[in-house]
Design a protein around this ligand. Structure first.
Ligand code: LAC
Length: 237
């Protein structure tokens, strides 16, 4: 008997966002602290906003660059704005912090349990193909699908990106679960038709008001039940 049978919910695959979801962004503060002691959090927060903004602008404008290039440019721009001086090598090293982020151990357990419940599990990310491959190679969990936006040269929340999961699985969007910590990604995925779980970063966090269909506001401990019908098989490890 499969989890879907037991739970009565016919989700066939669950996809996860990468940065800010499987990989919490906290360590970026430390990487940025190397550029300006005591200002790591301020720099990292602005950097992330600039990174996402550039991805959206480039998608709308039809001027593709991969996420690694965007990430480095966004950090350089941030440092300029905040009047932090750093040499190119230090900036490049800090930019590489995205690719070095560790996985949330709780997320790793959720993924293992979903796979044991016979759900296909994937990553759907703005990260470049080389970066997501490098990340997956060092994680101690396996995925059925690892999808980078590089295949469509557009960034989330463009529908073409979410459609990659449909093409990879052959499932209709309403049979695909999607988990993200990013509110803008949650509304984008919900508008596409996925069943979305949003891991809100704070109690006061609110979704962008864009008339998207409802999303489930959940914590990691609720993800398995939401998509696998409450079946959690015991784990050996
Ligand atoms: C990603 C962006 C949302 O990993 O950070 O796709």
């Amino acid at each position: 008997v499969t989890a879907a049978d037991v739970g009565g919910r016919d989700v066939g695959a669950v996809f996860f966002d990468l940065f800010g979801t499987l990989l919490p962004l906290g360590p970026l503060d430390d990487a940025c602290d190397q550029l300006a002691a005591g200002r790591g959090r301020e720099i990292a927060t602005r950097w992330r906003a600039r990174q996402i903004e550039a991805a959206w602008l480039r998608t709308i404008m039809g001027r593709w660059a991969d996420f690694d290039a965007i990430t480095l440019d966004a950090l350089a721009t941030t440092l300029q704005e905040l009047e932090v001086r750093a040499d190119d090598a230090a900036v490049a090293d800090a930019a590489g912090a995205f690719a070095r982020l560790p996985i949330d151990p709780v997320a790793a357990d959720v993924i293992r349990n979903l796979r044991e419940a016979e759900l296909a599990v994937g990553i759907l990310t703005n990260a470049s193909r080389p970066t997501v491959d490098a990340v997956v190679a060092r994680l101690e969990v396996s995925f059925d699908h690892v999808l980078s936006v590089d295949a469509v040269r557009r960034f989330k929340p463009d529908r073409a990106v979410y459609d990659l999961a449909v093409r990879a699985t052959g499932l209709t969007p309403d049979r695909i679960g999607f988990v993200t910590g990013n509110g803008w990604d949650a509304v984008g995925a919900a508008a596409f038709g996925f069943r979305v779980a949003w891991l809100a970063s704070a109690a006061a966090a609110v979704l962008p008001p864009v008339d998207a269909p409802a999303v489930m506001r959940l914590t990691w401990s609720e993800i398995h039940a939401a998509f696998a019908g409450g079946v959690t098989k015991p784990r050996n490890s």
